[in-house]
Design a protein around this ligand. Structure first.
Ligand code: ADP
Length: 514
């Protein structure tokens, strides 16, 4: 028998060991997928109404367990209490949306035939789930991130195998505990482990939903291609904020500080770089720096005392530190922050100025509490710099003129643009959340698309009129029949005189050409 390996889970704020989980082997993953496959047919068969009941019961369970879950989230992330409470609340919101709406989103559609000739059929598009969806998630929101993808997949009628990050597996296991405690059908399972377990998931499931680094996303896409598996990837980002001279600078400073430093900057759509029009640059930087200096950083307990917590692990702290050191060495200045606190994995909330695109802090994903701010001449330069990136997840535009904001949004290469706000798209499940360029492929949510992505579309044609023994086109071939059919197709779909070119048709099928 293979020796079971375990992964130790630590609280990065203190270094204390808070748990230990097994690393599932490839065989265990394959066996679990086979088991999920057995139960999925019944899950699909109970329909969206039947699934709604279980999903709303899970929602009740999450509400009842929010405090306890926040303890677990904190224990493996070192987040402030408020950040930790958001995880379960976010999942609750999403559960309500997809549990109630999946039935409508997945209802059969009867599109109009494209031509009068096709009106003899009733056309139906049916949404049938992939049997087993594999969800692979990162560590930044250890319960919410899994829930955001697991819930729509379950609502679609798929069975789901979740492989959470090895850095934060404990919260995801709570989701599985909830599913079991409410007595729901065994169509959702969590297997813990690191990259090898994740790769085994990709080798066994029918659809892969991944959130994480661009590097791993590329490896998963390659593995999916080998199996011809469909997938959806949400990857890295380097989200710009553009502050225009007509903006409300107080709101911009508060909003950008929150957008860059919420969850210690460990949010896929956090503000990672700021471009400010020259006339308001000094004033904006002064306001931003003053606000960031006020933030309280530390290790929360159950009482909310801090705004900014620890980074997820030492590797993450090192990336942040490297980006800041690189910038300082190349001439940037830290107006506040700019160093580790020497406690746990904390890194001080940091505002950098005199930065440019020759520095990693402006081009590579930092995923930490840094706000590099660059002065630009005008809107055109801001847009050009914002688009000077391999990524394209989201962006924000700060302006007193909403029409101008929307106009600029349409020039940005980003999957989402929030005007005078941050994260707003994240709380709008009716909108698609997807990355452009190296920030991803596909999207999550987007109303109906959020559940339909987990489905295969099936086309069904049903005769409307009584059927004859034979259709016109069936054997044996006969050029007169064919000519009639072609004439009818042209009459229905061609334009101008070609529509009535019956003689041409007879010539063509008679082999004479024109
Ligand atoms: P990060 O560690 O920065 O969150 P990763 O992209 O490395 O980002 O990891 C995200 C998730 O992908 C984690 O759950 C991790 O275990 C998983 N993972 C890493 N490598 C692979 C791989 N080759 N195949 C499948 N999953 C993987």
């Amino acid at each position: 028998m293979p020796v079971e390996t375990f992964i130790e889970v630590r609280n990065p704020a203190t270094g204390a060991v808070t748990g230990q989980v097994p690393a599932a082997t490839a065989d265990e993953v394959a066996a679990k997928v086979a088991e999920l496959r057995l139960y999925q047919a019944e899950w699909e068969a109970i329909g969206a109404e039947g699934r709604k009941r279980w999903l709303l019961t899970l929602q009740d369970w999450l509400i009842d367990n929010t405090d306890r879950i926040a303890d677990i989230v904190q224990s493996e992330t070192g987040k402030p209490r408020v950040d930790a409470l958001i995880d379960a609340s976010f999942a609750v919101d999403l559960l309500g949306y997809y549990a109630r709406r999946a039935g409508g989103f997945l209802a059969d559609e009867h599109p109009s035939p494209h031509s009068p000739l096709a009106r003899v059929k009733r056309l139906t598009t049916v949404y049938r789930p992939y049997p087993v969806v594999g969800v692979i998630t990162p560590w930044n929101f250890p319960l919410a991130m899994p829930a955001l993808d697991v819930v729509p997949a379950l609502a679609a009628g798929a069975a789901v195998l979740l492989k959470p990050s090895e850095v934060t597996p404990l919260s995801a296991l709570e989701l599985a505990r909830g599913w079991a405690e409410i007595g729901a059908p065994p169509v959702f399972a969590v297997l813990t482990g690191a990259a090898e377990t994740g790769a085994a998931v990709v080798d066994s499931v029918d659809y892969v939903q991944f959130t994480g680094s661009t590097r791993t996303g590329r490896a998963i896409a390659t593995a999916c291609a080998r199996r011809l598996l469909p997938y959806s990837l949400e990857l890295g980002g380097k989200d710009p904020a553009i502050v225009l001279a007509d903006a409300d600078l107080d709101r911009a400073a508060y909003g950008i500080a929150f957008g860059g430093l919420f969850n210690a900057g460990q949010v896929c759509i956090s503000v990672e770089r700021v471009y400010v029009e020259a006339p308001v640059y000094d004033e904006f930087v002064a306001k931003l720096t003053a606000h960031v200096r006020e933030l309280r950083q530390g290790a929360d307990g159950r009482e909310s005392r801090y705004d900014v917590g620890a980074l997820a692990n030492e590797a993450q702290r090192r990336i942040v530190s490297d980006h800041v050191e690189d910038a300082l060495a190349k001439g940037a200045r830290a107006l506040t922050g700019g160093r580790s606190t020497e406690v746990g994995t904390f890194y001080e909330p940091t505002v950098l100025v005199d930065v440019d695109h020759g520095m990693s802090c402006m081009t590579e994903e930092t995923f930490g509490p840094t706000l590099p701010v660059m002065k630009v001449a005008d809107e055109t330069e801001a847009v050009a710099l914002a688009n000077d990136s391999i990524y394209g997840l989201s962006a924000s535009v700060w302006t007193g003129d909403r029409a101008r904001g929307e106009r600029i949004a349409r020039q940005l290469n980003a999957g989402a643009v929030n005007i005078n706000d941050v994260f707003a798209n994240l709380f709008s499940f009716a909108l698609p959340m997807g990355g452009w360029q190296q920030s991803g492929i596909g999207a999550r949510w987007g109303g109906a698309a959020g559940v339909r992505k987990y489905c295969r579309q099936q086309a069904i044609t049903t005769p409307i009129l009584p059927t004859q023994r034979k259709e016109l086109f069936w054997f044996p071939y006969n050029t007169t029949k064919l000519a009639l059919a072609m004439a009818a197709m042209r009459a229905a779909g061609a334009r101008g005189l070609r529509r009535i070119g019956v003689r041409d048709v007879f010539d063509t099928v008679g082999g004479k050409g024109k």
